[in-house]
Design a protein around this ligand. Structure first.
Ligand SMILES: Cc1cc2ncn([C@H]3O[C@H](COP(=O)(O)O)[C@@H](O)[C@H]3O)c2cc1C
Ligand SMILES: O=C(O)c1cccnc1
Length: 339
């Protein structure tokens, strides 16, 4: 498939689809007559309404959940920012393809389709402390890969990533988008020591300094400090919006990709729910900046879309209760007493 030009993504961001309010209202109306006290299913109820509205249909569906993993390599790994060597990215892609990673098992458990897309792994992005990570055409190609990967017939989307070094990239993007320095956003990632985290912070600060004149525009921040798998996740999240597919946001790295869209338009993540809060310390701060409350907090810090894939269980629960429960009238259950 041909790459979309950068301007096409800017146009999509200024022409975002809206929630289908009629579908959301139909879900609210059905929820009100189900055999339970009002509100007793808590967030399962609001999730059913959210799904209906953003799928643009009532009843909401959980027939085709989709998981996509994007993989990319990062020149900034030359600065010694990860506990693992860069070849692990390609080795894990092979593991995803043969079904051996955590995300394979989670996608299987919750009935999701699974694809992995490796983005030019033999050609890492440039080290952002030395220059822009990507050219404009590389950025557009990666955004397009994400855009094209989203199946418009999916009912819900999980986007995840694999890319050694990408917690440094996510921290640099977060700092450029929301302010603060490396020390505010750097964390252990795959497990670097406290000295390693300090080193990551310095590398991020060097990147921020290098690109200080290019940090006004979110897509330019993505080009200068981002990476291919992160641009692809941003492209996929934006495509999902325009294709009426609600999205579960994964951890720190996936949320940093989403944050690029949020900075471009404050409405851009309304079709997204934060699935979990990662143990990577920057993630809580980033979710606060995005004004999102996570569904889960389980101490996970893997990436791969794993926290979002786990939250598919909650989405499925919201759909089966909403669609399958009896109403008070159908079940012959007496309603609440008048006050
Ligand atoms: C075996 C293995 C599997 C992974 N799956 C996801 N990640 C996660 O760790 C990486 C980011 O951490 P850092 O910035 O510290 O390199 C990403 O690839 C992310 O997806 C993994 C990392 C490893 C080592
Ligand atoms: O939260 C994440 O996305 C994350 C955390 C650690 C390593 N890789 C990804």
């Amino acid at each position: 498939m041909t790459a979309m030009p950068m301007q096409a993504f800017r146009d999509q961001l200024t022409g975002l689809t809206d929630i289908n309010q009629a579908a959301a209202d139909a879900a609210i109306a059905r929820d009100a007559v189900l055999t339970k006290p009002a509100g007793a299913l808590g967030q399962l109820e609001t999730l059913a309404v959210w799904l209906s509205g953003w799928q643009g249909q009532h009843p909401p569906r959980y027939a085709k959940p989709q998981v996509i993993i994007f993989a990319g390599n990062h020149g900034v790994c030359d600065q010694g920012v990860s506990a693992f060597p860069q070849e692990v990215t390609a080795q894990m892609v092979a593991n995803f393809k043969s079904g051996g990673a955590a995300i394979n098992q989670l996608a299987l458990a919750f009935g999701a389709s699974f694809t992995v897309e490796a983005l030019d792994l033999d050609n890492p992005t440039a080290d952002f402390t030395a220059g822009p990570a990507m050219t404009e055409s590389e950025t557009a190609a990666a955004l397009s890969a994400g855009w094209n990967a989203v199946d418009e017939t999916s009912d819900i989307l999980v986007v995840g990533e694999m890319g050694i070094g990408n917690t440094t990239v996510a921290a640099a993007l977060s700092a450029a988008l929301f302010g603060g320095g490396g020390a505010d956003w750097a964390g252990p990632g795959t497990g670097v020591s406290s000295d390693g985290v300090k080193r990551k912070a310095q590398v991020i600060d060097a990147g921020l300094k290098r690109h200080k004149d290019n940090l006004a525009d979110p897509l330019e921040i993505l080009r200068c400090l981002g990476g291919r798998e992160i641009a692809a996740m941003a492209g996929a999240i934006l495509a999902a919006r325009q294709k009426h597919v609600p999205v579960l946001l994964d951890g720190f790295v996936a949320s940093a990709a989403a944050a690029v869209l949020y900075k471009a338009s404050g409405r851009a993540l309304d079709h997204c729910v934060a699935a979990h809060v990662s143990a990577e310390p920057g993630h809580r701060r980033l979710l606060d900046a995005l004004d999102k409350e996570p569904l889960l907090s389980l101490g996970m810090r893997l990436g791969e879309g794993s926290g979002a894939a786990l939250a598919l269980a909650i989405i499925k629960a919201a759909v089966v209760t909403h669609n399958g429960m009896a109403s008070f009238a159908d079940a012959g259950v007496s309603g609440e007493k008048p006050a």
